[in-house]
Ligand binder design. Sequence first.
Ligand SMILES: NC(=O)c1ccc[n+]([C@@H]2O[C@H](COP(=O)([O-])OP(=O)(O)OC[C@H]3O[C@@H](n4cnc5c(N)ncnc54)[C@H](OP(=O)(O)O)[C@@H]3O)[C@@H](O)[C@H]2O)c1
Length: 251
Amino acid sequence: MSSTIASSSTAPVIVVFGAGPGLGASIARRFGKEGFRVALVGRRQAPLNELAVALKADSVEAAPFTADLSDPAQVPALIANIRERFGRIDVVEYGPASAGEQGFTPATQLDAAALEKSTRFLLLTPVEIVRAVLPELTERGTGAILVTHGMSAAIAMPFLSGTGPAMSAMRNYIYSLNGELKDTGVYAGTLTIGALIVREDAASNETFPDDAEAAGAFPTVHPDVLADLYWDMYTQRDAAERTYPESLPTA
Ligand SMILES: NC(=O)c1ccc[n+]([C@@H]2O[C@H](COP(=O)([O-])OP(=O)(O)OC[C@H]3O[C@@H](n4cnc5c(N)ncnc54)[C@H](OP(=O)(O)O)[C@@H]3O)[C@@H](O)[C@H]2O)c1
């Protein structure tokens, strides 16, 4: 697709849920380069505005939408706002993250309150998003649902619980969804990342302080590499899951 269709009202639309300076921005740029218009979702208006302006400079049409994704009840209005602005939704990528809010908890210290919080954010809201967009995608017979996970979604490790139980449930759901949608033209897949995402702007490398501490033990990856991986997943549609690195470190 050429970048000229980025301004067309029939150009496809990707919604980046968690459009921060790391992977979110890279996905917006990667799909934008392929002709997608981009809906940027986060809680803070200012960084979303800045990213939308930066994308515009690269000839990508983008618009900011504020919402708190820890509240699944906000999904219907959010999706309605995006549809009102862009007229359609073709791809959703769910990968919000925030420094200090989704840290790891030792399993011995996990309680129902913490688990309820991570479950709302990492399972209930993305399931509601799928419910909200799936009829449009299946009716058209195209599009994709992409969900980003950290390594503890796939590999349980001592002291790295907290988000893991909720993410592993979402990963399980994506596997089922992938199989159920196989003959519909709609793709569902998850990218599981066993690496610390680093970017040129060191000040923005704060999303995962726990990971940063463990950086010596984990590989690192630029978010553009992961965005390329997502583009491959979107175009090739050959697996319910890809991982980075290709072989995840073992527990
Ligand atoms: N960073 C890593 O090293 C790493 C490692 C493994 C896996 N991952 C996964 O990769 C994905 C992207 O991570 P990233 O660090 O590159 O993030 P990012 O794309 O730089 O930023 C994600 C954005 O999510 C938004 N967000 C957080 N909580 C939210 C909420 N309740 N409602 C709406 N938006 C919210 C934040 O903006 P606001 O604060 O404005 O809401 C933040 O800017 C995540 O799924 C993460 O779990 C990251």
